[in-house]
Design a protein around this ligand. Structure first.
Ligand SMILES: [Zn+2]
Length: 117
C-alpha cells in the first residue's frame, strides 16, 4: 500500500537525534537536519499523559491548562529515552508518566518552537 510506504519514510525523518536541556528551554535536533528551540512551557502543554491529554482537547480547557502551567516553576525536566521511538520527561511539578513519541515532539516543535540552524 502506497500510504503505508509514505508513513515509514515520514517515521524515519522524525527521529530525534539530540536533545539539549537548558534552564528554560531545550533544543531538539532531528535526523532530517531540522532543529528547534522549544520552551518548557510548550513542551509541558503537549504532555500526552492521561491527566494532561484531556486538558488539551478544546480551546477553553487549553487556555486554563496554559494558565496553570505558566504558574508552575518549570525546572529542567529529567529526560529518559523510551525504546527507539520516544522520550519520557519527568517534571518536578508532578507529571512524569507521559511518553512523547518523536512524532509528537516534532509536532510540538513545529507548532510552538522556533527553527534554529
Ligand atoms: Zn502529563
Amino acid at each position: 500500500m502506497e500510504h503505508n510506504g509514505e508513513m515509514i519514510v515520514m517515521g524515519k525523518s522524525v527521529t530525534l537525534t539530540d536533545l539539549e536541556r537548558e534552564r528554560e528551554y531545550c533544543t531538539l535536533r532531528f535526523e532530517d537536519g531540522q532543529s528547534f528551540k522549544l520552551d518548557y512551557v510548550e513542551l509541558r502543554l503537549g504532555c500526552p499523559c492521561a491527566k494532561c491529554g484531556p486538558r488539551q482537547e478544546n480551546q477553553q480547557r487549553l487556555i486554563e491548562f496554559r494558565e496553570e502551567v505558566m504558574r508552575l516553576r518549570l525546572d529542567k525536566p529529567k529526560a529518559e529515552l523510551v525504546g527507539r521511538y520516544g522520550l519520557r520527561f519527568g517534571w518536578l511539578s508532578g507529571c512524569s508518566s507521559g511518553i512523547y513519541s518523536f512524532e509528537l515532539l516534532r509536532e510540538i516543535s513545529e507548532k510552538s518552537g522556533s527553527i534554529i540552524n
